[in-house]
Each structure stands twice: as structure tokens, then as C-alpha cells.
Design a protein around this ligand. Structure first.
Ligand SMILES: [Zn+2]
Length: 390
């Protein structure tokens, strides 16, 4: 147990919990770095399994007593069909958030075999792949969206959301207003460059500034990237001197823009600017942090409800599964009754003193661990996750 605690502490210190920063996992790096991230991911998973952090059904304990919630990333047609086939074959019903709110008793899957399928961000796959297949299977799902990004390239449009909402197939709920990624430390870890353009813009820290200031994305090459994490966690925003960041972009612009990155020493050239400029390190105040989080939670709920008449937004899913105590408190104040997060909860589960309920979500790969025909063991799923897929 002591060993396990040590490992847990080490893993948590590195890559999980509210203090987690994401840049080391999101930004690409050497093969060694990729291997290390996979290894830490696998160790973290084994540790979580060992510590019984996964829902009961994974352990084949209290068969059917808990309420499994699955989350999908990169929807792949064949795999998705296989997963839905498994759910149908074993007689599971796919439910939406209203069921949990109106009749919490029904979350007890022992009698009903109920599961929830969830999708985050509202990527175009939701409309193009998931929606028609769900309809074909006569199943339902929940999508957690961030209104700020809707209608942008790679994401669904409000028209598509309206169509999916009206069909009853997808229940749209909140994933915060802007999926805000905040910089939380002064050290520059990278610069936005053409090698990063494949990354989701909502998973990077500065695109909100870019969109709000009306500057085109292509002009942001050279923008420094500092350690970042989800704005819904407990860490405070580093207040930047905007002029400081602009000087890096100007350097890139005046040296050919995109072509600047073809020269091998571009990183050193940009790093050298850091040395010439002094900067003051400041963070947002507690009051500012509170207002920022409140606005993310309120605006998201208000906008989805305004766009979808008759809709009530009652559920929230933490971006990147990173939770925060302030967010947790504000969620119930603002009127969210159901909260969805990852398996590691610093905040605790189903606290009877709290008016909302917390649900752990696990990757859709675990669908095959549900009890039923053709059910698979946890190790078979792990093998798929870490050896075959990645
Ligand atoms: Zn997300």
C-alpha cells in the first residue's frame, strides 16, 4: 500500500489531478517523449485500476449496480458500429441526462441495463458519423459542447446541432463556454509553429485571444506557449504582457512568416528575444478567477438554451477531465445538477450534501467490459488501448 501510495503520488504529481498541466501531453516531441507519455498513461491506468478508481462494472463487481458512462474520441465508423452492436446485443438502453435528473433511482442499472454514451467538443464527426449510426441503431447520446467554438472549421454548426437536438438523438449539454486553456506558468515551452497546426485549437491556450482580437490564425505563428491547463481547474491565469508576445510574432512575420520555420535554428532565434525583454510575473486575483469561471459556466448554459428552444442545460462535463473546487461550487450555484468527469476525482463522488451528482466517465473502449455476451476482460481492452491503437 505504501508503494502504491508512492507511485500514485508520483503519477499524480506528473500528470493528473487538478494541478495537471497539459502541454507535455499535447505538444509533440521526440519518440522518447511519446513513449514516456504512453508509459506514464499505462502506469496511471494500472494504478487507477489497483486503487479501485474505475467504476464497479470494470471489476465485475456489484454486477449492473453502477451506471456506466462512456466517452468517445475520434469516432471511427467500424469500431463505433461494433460498440453499438455489443450494446444492442446485450440489451442495454442508451439514456440521456433527463433520466438521471427526473428519476435518479433509474440510474441503477441492475434492473434496467442503462448506459450513457457521451461525445465532447462537438467535432464534425458527431454529425457526419455518430448521428446517422445512432439513428440507425435507434440509440441516444449526450454531447457536451463549448458554444464559443461552434460553427468553426472542424466543428458542427448550430444548424446541425438544431437538427440533432430536434431528432431527440443527441442531448446537448455544457462543456464550458470556450473550453478555456489557461497559461499557468511563465516558462516558455514552445512557440506556435506550422508543426502544431494539426492540434485542436480548443486544446491550446491562446486561440481565444486570437479570435477575440480578430487576428487571423495564420498570423499567430511565433506566439509563445507556456505551461497550460484547463481553466476549470484551480490554477490561476498568468497575466501576460501582450506586447511581450507580440514581439515574437513580429519576429516571425518580418522573417517570412511560415517560411521562418524552415530554418533549423528558429527556436533559438525566438528564445533569444526572451533574454532581451524583462517581464513581470503576475496572476489573476481570486475574485477575477471566480468571475472568469462563473462566466464560462453561465454563458455556456445561456447560449445553448437560447439556441435550442425548450432546452434546459443541466449537465456539465469538465474539459480534459480536470476538475476544480471553485468550478465545483459554482456549478451547483448556477443550476447544473449533473457533473461528469474522469475517474480520478479529488472532489469526491455523490456527496449527499451537494445538490449535484458526479459521474465518472470511462473511455468507450470499456464498452466491451460490460456484462453480457462477447464481454471482454480489462486486460484485453488495455492491450487494444496501448499496443494496437496508439
Ligand atoms: Zn473537450
Amino acid at each position: 500500500m505504501v508503494f502504491s501510495k508512492f507511485i500514485g503520488g508520483w503519477l499524480n504529481g506528473r500528470c493528473s489531478g487538478a494541478m495537471k498541466t497539459l502541454e507535455s501531453e499535447i505538444l509533440p516531441g521526440s519518440q522518447w517523449k511519446t513513449f514516456r507519455i504512453r508509459l506514464i498513461g499505462m502506469l496511471r491506468m494500472i494504478h487507477s485500476l489497483w486503487m479501485r478508481q474505475y467504476p464497479d462494472f470494470i471489476y465485475r463487481k456489484n454486477a449492473g449496480k453502477d451506471f456506466p458512462v462512456f466517452t468517445f474520441h475520434h469516432i471511427q465508423t467500424t469500431r463505433f458500429r461494433t460498440q453499438l452492436d455489443f450494446i444492442r446485443l446485450n440489451g442495454y438502453e442508451t439514456v440521456q441526462t433527463d433520466v438521471l435528473l427526473s428519476n435518479p433511482e433509474s440510474a441503477d442499472g441492475a434492473r434496467t441495463r442503462r448506459v450513457m454514451l457521451t461525445f465532447d467538443d462537438g467535432t464534425e464527426d458527431l454529425y457526419r458519423i455518430a448521428f446517422p449510426i445512432l439513428r440507425e441503431f435507434d440509440m441516444k447520446a449526450v454531447a457536451f459542447i463549448s458554444p464559443f467554438w461552434i460553427d468553426q472549421t472542424g466543428l458542427v454548426s448550430w444548424n446541425q446541432i438544431q437538427e440533432m437536438h430536434e431528432s431527440g438523438v443527441i442531448d446537448f449539454q455544457s462543456h464550458s463556454y470556450s473550453h478555456q486553456m489557461i497559461e499557468v506558468g511563465p516558462k516558455i515551452v514552445d512557440f506556435y509553429n506550422p508543426g502544431l497546426t494539426h492540434l485542436h485549437r480548443w486544446d491550446l491556450p491562446f486561440f481565444q485571444d486570437v479570435k477575440e482580437s480578430g487576428i487571423l490564425n495564420t498570423m499567430s505563428f511565433g506566439t509563445p506557449i507556456r505551461p497550460f491547463t484547463s481553466g476549470m481547474g484551480d490554477q490561476r491565469v498568468l497575466l501576460k504582457e501582450l506586447d511581450f508576445d507580440v514581439s515574437f510574432r513580429s519576429e516571425v512575420q518580418s522573417h517570412g512568416g511560415k517560411t521562418f520555420f524552415r530554418q533549423s535554428g528558429w527556436s533559438r532565434q525566438l528564445q533569444s528575444i526572451t533574454k532581451k525583454t524583462t517581464k513581470i510575473i503576475q496572476y489573476e486575483s481570486e475574485a477575477e478567477q471566480n468571475d472568469r469561471i462563473r462566466s464560462e459556466l453561465e454563458k455556456s448554459k445561456t447560449e445553448i438554451e437560447a439556441r435550442l428552444p425548450g432546452k434546459e442545460v443541466i449537465a456539465f462535463a469538465y474539459p480534459n477531465h480536470i476538475q476544480g473546487r471553485i468550478t465545483s461550487r459554482l456549478l451547483s450555484e448556477i443550476g447544473y445538477s449533473l457533473v461528469f468527469g474522469g475517474i480520478q476525482s479529488d472532489i469526491g463522488l455523490n456527496d449527499p450534501n451537494r445538490s449535484y451528482k458526479y459521474f465518472k466517465r470511462v473511455n468507450a473502449d470499456f464498452i466491451h467490459c460490460l456484462t453480457g455476451n462477447q464481454s471482454q476482460g480489462i486486460f484485453s481492452v488495455m492491450r487494444h488501448k496501448f499496443i494496437q491503437k496508439q
